[in-house]
Design a protein around this ligand. Structure first.
Ligand code: PLP
Length: 464
C-alpha cells in the first residue's frame, strides 16, 4: 500500500518515546562522547536507541524499567536465553581462576577441539574475537594458499566491517549497475579504491550470471566468501541447488570456497548450515553463537589450507615471510573460550534446536498469518530459528527483490511493536531476528498479538 501524506505525519515512535525518557537523556549524553550516541552504527536508529541495563532469559529491561520480549538477542549470539546459569558460571569460574595470559591456555584447546569435532569442514581452526576478524583472516589465508589476490562475494551480503568485506553491501541501483553484472561499490567512505578493485560482486541465486563472472575472473580469484542463507539482507534462501553448483564450480576453478557462518554457525544446527545443507566448503568462519554471548570468532578449514599459517622449515630470516600471518592479543580469550565451550556442550546435550526451530516455525508462520489477517502485503521468510518480515508480497528470490520491501513501513511496524514491549530484531529491513531456548509458547502468543496490533497500527494509524 502507499502511505498518504497524512499518514506520513503519524509518529509511530510515540509509544516508545513516552516510555523511554531516561533513554532519551542517556542518548544525548552518549552523543557527546561517541558518534551517533552508540558504539556500533548498527545500534543507531530514530528517534534514539533505548539503553538496556538488565537481561534475563527471554527479556531485556531498559533504563526506564520497561520490559521487552527479545527476538533481537544481541544480533544472534544469545541462543540459550540471556544469562544462562551454566554459561554464566563457566565465565565466572574462569574469571576467578585465570585471566588473560600471553601463553596459551588449555581451555582454548578444549574449545577448539569441540569446534573441530562439530564442524564438517574444519580440520584445523584459529580463534579470533569477532566475525569481522574471522572473515578478514580467512580471506588472507585463502590468498596465501592460492597465490591469487581477488575475492568474490554476493552483492547485498555483509561479511564484516573490514575494507575487503565492506563492498557491495548497500548502494543505489544506479551505482550497482546491471543485476547480472553488478559493479563493486564500497560501503561508506574511507575505503581505498585499490581494495575495491580486488573484490568481485556476483548475484546470489543466479547460477548463470555467477558462473559467467567467476569463470571470467578465475585466474585472479583466491576465494568466494558467501553466507549459506543470506541473512544479511533479511532471509534470502538458496534456491535450485545454488550451493551445490557453487561447490562444484569453485572446485573446478581452483577457488577456495569460504562459508561465512558467523550468523548461521551453531544456530542452524550443531554442524551449522553446512551439515544441514550437506555441502562442505573449504573454509568456514564463525562467531556469534560460538561465544555464547562473549566475544569470540574464528575460522577453519582443511589442514592443508590452514597450514598456510605455519611457516615452512626455512632459516629464521625467510620463514615468517613465506606464510600467512594470524595473530591477536585476545585470541582464544579464556573467558570467551569457557563460555563458548559450555554453550556448545549444552547445545549438544539438550533439545535446544528442536525447541527453537519449533517456536521459530510458530513465530514466523504466525507473523505471516496475522499480517494476512490485517490485509497488509507482507512476505515472511525463515529458516529454522531465524527469519525476517519483508513489507511486500513480492517473491524474495534474489537480493534485489528485497528492495521491493517498504523500509519505512518496516521501521514503523518495528517501532509500534517495541512501544508495546516486543523487539522483532532491529528497525532495519536488512536485519533478521531469532528465537531462543528460553522462549515459550505463551511468549510466542504474546508476540503475535503485539505483531498484529503493530501491523494494524501501520495500516490504519489513526484508528489506534
Ligand atoms: C555473515 C556475517 N559475517 C560477518 C559478520 C561480522 O561479525 P562481527 O559483527 O562479529 O564482526 C556478521 C555480523 O553480523 C555477519 O552477519
Amino acid at each position: 500500500m502507499s502511505l498518504g501524506d497524512e499518514e506520513h505525519e503519524y509518529d509511530h515512535a510515540e509509544l516508545l518515546r513516552q516510555r523511554t525518557p531516561e533513554s532519551e537523556r542517556l542518548h544525548e549524553r552518549a552523543a557527546d562522547v561517541t558518534p551517533l550516541g552508540v558504539e556500533s552504527n548498527v545500534r543507531a536508529f530514530d528517534p534514539y536507541p533505548f539503553y538496556i541495563d538488565e537481561a534475563d532469559g527471554s527479556y531485556v529491561y531498559d533504563v526506564d524499567d520497561n520490559e521487552y520480549l527479545d527476538f533481537l538477542l544481541a544480533l544472534g549470539p544469545i541462543i540459550l536465553g540471556h544469562g544462562h546459569p551454566d554459561v554464566r558460571e563457566a565465565a565466572k569460574t574462569q574469571v576467578d581462576t585465570c585471566d588473560l595470559t600471553a601463553t596459551p591456555q588449555p581451555i582454548a584447546i578444549e574449545f577448539m577441539e569441540k569446534i573441530v569435532e562439530l564442524t564438517p569442514s574444519i580440520e584445523m581452526v584459529r580463534l579470533a574475537n569477532s566475525g569481522t576478524e574471522a572473515t578478514m583472516h580467512a580471506l588472507r589465508v585463502a590468498r596465501s594458499y592460492t597465490g591469487k589476490e581477488k575475492i568474490a562475494k554476493p552483492e547485498g551480503g555483509y561479511a564484516g566491517a573490514h575494507d575487503y568485506a565492506l563492498q557491495s553491501v548497500y548502494a543505489s541501483e544506479e551505482a550497482l549497475g546491471p543485476a547480472d553484472r553488478p559493479n563493486t561499490v564500497s560501503y561508506g567512505t574511507g575505503i581505498p579504491d585499490a581494495v575495491s578493485d580486488t573484490v568481485v560482486a556476483f548475484p546470489f541465486n543466479d547460477k548463470e550470471a555467477t558462473e559467467e563472472i567467476l569463470r571470467e575472473q578465475a585466474d585472479d580469484l583466491a576465494a568466494v566468501i558467501i553466507e549459506p542463507v543470506m541473512f544479511s539482507c533479511g532471509c534470502l534462501k538458496p534456491r535450485d541447488g545454488y550451493h551445490e553448483f557453487l561447490r562444484d564450480l569453485t572446485e573446478e576453478l581452483g577457488i577456495v570456497l569460504i562459508w561465512d557462518e558467523v550468523m548461521t554457525g551453531f544456530r542452524l544446527g550443531l554442524g551449522s548450515a553446512q551439515e544441514r545443507f550437506g555441502v562442505t566448503p573449504d573454509m568456514t568462519t564463525f562467531a556469534k553463537v560460538a561465544g555464547g554471548g562473549y566475544q569470540t570468532g574464528g575460522f577453519g578449514g582443511t589442514a592443508e589450507i590452514m597450514r598456510e599459517i605455519e611457516p615452512p622449515e626455512k632459516n629464521e630470516d625467510e620463514k615468517w615471510h613465506s606464510s600467512a600471518f594470524h595473530g591477536g592479543t585476545y585470541n582464544g580469550h579464556p573467558v570467551s573460550a569457557a563460555a563458548g565451550l559450555k554453550t556448545l556442550e549444552i547445545l549438544e546435550e539438550e533439545d535446544v534446536y528442536d525447541h527453537i526451530e519449533r517456536l521459530g516455525d510458530r513465530l514466523f508462520t504466525g507473523l505471516q498469518e496475522v499480517a494476512d489477517d490485517v490485509g497488509l502485503p507482507v512476505n515472511v521468510q525463515h529458516v529454522g530459528s531465524m527469519g525476517q518480515v519483508y513489507m511486500t508480497d513480492a517473491d524474495i528470490h534474489f537480493y534485489r527483490d528485497s528492495w521491493k520491501s517498504n523500509d519505512e513501513q518496516f521501521a514503523d511496524w518495528w517501532l509500534e511493536a517495541a512501544g508495546r514491549g516486543v523487539l522483532f530484531g532491529n528497525p532495519m529491513q536488512g536485519e533478521r531476528f531469532f528465537t531462543t531456548y528460553t522462549h515459550t509458547d505463551e511468549q510466542i502468543d504474546d508476540a503475535l498479538e503485539v505483531a498484529e496490533e503493530a501491523f494494524r497500527a501501520v495500516d490504519h494509524p489513526y484508528d489506534n
